[in-house]
Design a protein around this ligand. Sequence first.
Ligand code: ZN
Length: 108
Amino acid sequence: MENLIAKNKLILEKEAQETREQILSLSRNSQIGSNPEDESTESEIDSNTDPVEADLKTRLNLLKQALRRIADNTYGICLYCQKKISAERLRVFPEADSCVQCQAVART
Ligand SMILES: [Zn+2]
């Protein structure tokens, strides 16, 4: 489990970085003159945001939350039932915040 968390941390950091770059390149194309280094734009989703950018921001938030859970030592624990998420699932979805059962309930 320890190795998996360490490994997933690297994956999550890399994906967060890539997602952030995609958001920046999108906003560079759509808003000429805005500051691409402005960190405050990434957590706020306003109604004018285009859907692709909104998706990327949602994803970035998931990745960040997963990284925060690693830092807090709550990573791999289901947010809904507090049971451990299987290592198999975390291998496929490093950003998973719920177990298979709760995910199924939440998505239907
Ligand atoms: Zn659960």
